[in-house]
Design a protein. Sequence first.
Lengths: 141, 418
Amino acid sequence: MTLEQSEYQRLVERIIELSERYRGDPNACEAILLELRTLYKKIPIYPGIIAMLLPKVVQPIEVDKLKEGEEAALVLKDGRMVSGKVVEIGPTEIKLAECKQLDISTPPEKVSVRREDVREAKLITRVVLEKEWPSLDFEEE
Amino acid sequence: MPELKLKRGDVVMLEGQLSLEVKGGEVLISGGLRGKGSKVVIPRAKSVPLEVEEDALVTYTLGQDGKVEQLSERTIPREWDALISEIIKRRPKVILVMGNVDVGKSFFTTYLANTMLRHGLRAGAIDSDVGQSDIGPPTTMGLGIFEQPAALLYEVPLSSAYFVGSMSPSEHMLEFVVGVKWLVEHGLKKADMVIVNTPGWIFGGPGRSLQLYTLETVDPDIVVAFQREGELEHLLSSVPPARVRRLPVSAKVRSRSSAERASLRAMFLGKYFEDAGKLVLDLQKVRLKRCYLHTGRPVDIGTLGVQAQVLHAEQMPEGVLVVTKRKMDEDAIRELEARFGHVRTITQGSERNVIVGLTNDANELLGIGIIERIDYERGQIAVLTPVKNAGEVAAVQFGSMRIKPDGEEIGTVKQGTF
């Protein structure tokens, strides 16, 4: 059967699409994932509606159109990313509260890390299908 | 050739690969009565019991891993005998056999159907394990009628089949449940009773759903539950207790790894397509089913005005479907989206190797096939299949697997692609 039997596929595709669109923008990704969690908790039987709503979580906007009380994520020219609630919009400044700041400047190709600086480590395994279920690891079309 | 002189009541375990001939007397193989001249072949990795009804002489030839072992007692548990006596007496119409993978459901089905045959009752067996179907090729569920005794379920000739289109009921629940019901109805027209051998997917939401909705739609008179440690009780709680018969799992049951299962599937599919030929079907005459393609109103491709070599287009309630020679670029898709809303694109060639079911006008499966090509300009679909008569084919049902003619699985089809 090649007809979809639920909207779950549409939801997965939307998540993939958004993760590609906001790659390198952890604030946007976090907002989308948190909202996905909320939507899924509230309406797990309607994956199609969740898929329809997810792109509305993060949308590009001109700075001039931001309003006080809205939540915004700003990408600064020096590579920093700031997000928070807009509390004041002045002619030269935007003030945010409940802020988070991320530095996503590109690191050099090689990085040395002092062992004592490491709080925790996580092992990353790619090509997990090939390793865990090789009989289903078909050539990609 | 080695021979065995056997006395009434003797029990012998036959392990494949071996071939055996009854030279005199009467024996039961998998519960099926065999007299003088009867020949049986047991393939490798399979084993069946032989029980002597009347003093008998048998000859045999052993192949790779083949073995003949005389046992001191019967391998068929007493509980089976009691249940089968009850079935002979009560003559239920539908018996559903349930259990985890590798608990001996197929052997029980065979043994029960053979025993019914000995008592003058014709049993139909439905094998609904789409990935490891003994009756009918993989991706289908099959119905076989026991007209003759069978040592193993796959010996039973296919009477009817239903195309599921995948190696697993996962994401194919509708086909599965509809198919089981369809086969039960057909089976009851041809046999005194139908035995439904269900897949071993018993845990988790989808597994529970599969079993419970099958139970609801089939409404069996008896549910035979094979379990080791009560692993079916969560499902049996939904069945009226009077219909449930619990049976222990035999210690002799052999389990198969997923790699072994995949290799067996490839072998069965390869064998199925051994004598296949190319069948060219006219898309004006056959219906395409279980897909979006050819379900809309044709659109004049000249009016689309996009920078792409469009071969076919149709307007559907969900938007427009466009088939192009090469993958359509994003700008062209956006142009179409602005005019038609949702755009579904198919690139010519993406249909290659997709498994399909070929049915007649009565929705009966004539056989399965592998798409070689859809020629959108000529309106033809070329399918590799053992089905010989194109005139019989009324519909092509799209499946969700890509298969090579040698049986190798080479991919899956994202639902909604076609």
